[in-house]
Design a protein around this ligand. Structure first.
Ligand SMILES: O=P(O)(O)OC[C@H]1O[C@](O)(COP(=O)(O)O)[C@@H](O)[C@@H]1O
Ligand SMILES: [Mg+2]
Ligand SMILES: [Mg+2]
Length: 340
């Protein structure tokens, strides 16, 4: 097997001679240091005391589990040693100021997939690195991210990273070991027969999402003329890792439940890193209509609907949303959606 490149060598090569890139690279290394520590904790499962026990509530109103808080603390500690001005974390209501003179900032979901902590299913850490811009730092659209990615703590601990030169996958080589690139310039297949959605919310969806899923479920006899498959891990990082490897779409639409008008996921530290990773892998990410990376966040913890993955499928779903007016017609349900 050909010699794989280490993350360090990759970052050195990319950042040589450029100060902001150098700071970004150092920050990615710090996030990975935190990731190594978290991976070791996660690998001990139930041997680690009460990781899944509820300890409070975060800024988004979600129950905070012990591991959510521990991973947040580990990340803060790791970033103190990096050239990071501030951290916007899912687990802290307010922005945490680290070194105001530093050139880059980090937005992070320290522990993604909290509902899977005790189930021995993959969970992860999501991050986006932004240029420091004072109070406005986390109100910059995702298109301004200098780097983004996530670490998945699964059967293998894997880093998915983009610094704007494609999306690359690195594996942690042994507990606490170096990250080594195993896939360079990953390409998400443009078309797919697989979607990921929490279908238990179907009765709360708006018409475009109902129509899209109904057309998928109709299979080979329906307008899509092919049979679809569902996969839903319930950890965004794991669902998107699968999509990077074999295509598909991840869907978390807005729905009619209280507080879910813009879905569940947070724009700045969940949707934006995923969107950059997907786009850099030849995929796409929208909120149904608008490109995720173009949305200007209203606040650090703002939510956004997410449709991400195979480019042609994301584009097709956009047509269902574009067709919303027609769908509200009573005749529509009888006719179905023959969108090609
Ligand atoms: O429980 P639901 O509504 O299906 O939502 C699952 C989604 O919520 C998340 O768990 C949200 O992330 P957190 O675990 O960081 O809150 C995603 O990882 C996942 O895809
Ligand atoms: Mg999350
Ligand atoms: Mg989280």
């Amino acid at each position: 097997m050909a010699e794989h490149m280490t993350l360090d060598a990759f970052l050195d090569q990319w950042s040589a001679g450029d100060a902001v890139r150098g700071a970004t690279a150092a920050t990615v290394r710090a996030v990975c240091d935190a990731g190594r520590t978290i991976a070791a904790l996660v690998a001990r499962g139930a041997l680690e005391e009460a990781m899944g026990s509820a300890v409070g509530e975060n800024a988004g109103g979600d129950t905070q589990k012990a591991l959510d808080v521990r991973t947040h603390d580990i990340l803060v500690e790791a970033l103190r040693g990096a050239p990071v001005s501030r951290l916007g974390s899912e687990e802290a209501e307010d922005v945490i100021v680290l070194d105001p003179a530093a050139p880059v900032a980090v937005a992070a979901d320290p522990l993604d997939g909290s509902s899977n902590i005790e189930t021995n299913v993959s969970i992860g850490t999501l991050f986006g690195i932004l240029p420091e811009a004072g109070e406005e730092t986390f109100l910059q659209p995702g298109s301004r991210q200098l780097a983004a990615g996530f670490i998945v703590y699964g059967p293998a601990t894997a880093l998915v990273l983009t610094v704007g030169t494609g999306t690359h996958i690195f594996m942690m080589d042994g507990v606490g070991g170096p990250f080594v690139r195993t896939s360079a310039d990953v390409q998400i297949p443009k078309t797919t027969k697989e979607y990921a959605i929490n279908a238990s919310n179907a009765r709360h969806w708006a018409e475009p999402m109902r129509a899209y899923i109904a057309d998928c479920l109709a299979g080979a006899d329906g307008p899509r003329e092919k049979n679809f498959n569902t996969r839903w891990v319930g950890s965004l990082v794991a669902d998107v890792f699968r999509i990077l490897v074999r295509g598909g779409v991840y869907l978390y639409p807005g729905d009619a439940r209280e507080g879910y008008g813009s879905g569940r996921l947070r724009l700045v530290y969940e949707c934006n890193p995923i969107a950059m990773v997907c786009e850099q892998a030849g995929g796409a990410a929208t909120d149904g209509k608008t490109r995720i990376l173009d949305i200007v966040p209203s606040r650090l913890h703002a939510r956004a609907p997410l449709v991400a993955g195979s480019a042609e499928e994301v584009e097709r779903i956009g047509r269902y949303y574009g067709d919303e007016a027609r769908q509200s017609s009573p005749l529509f349900a009888k006719r179905g959606l023959f969108l090609s």
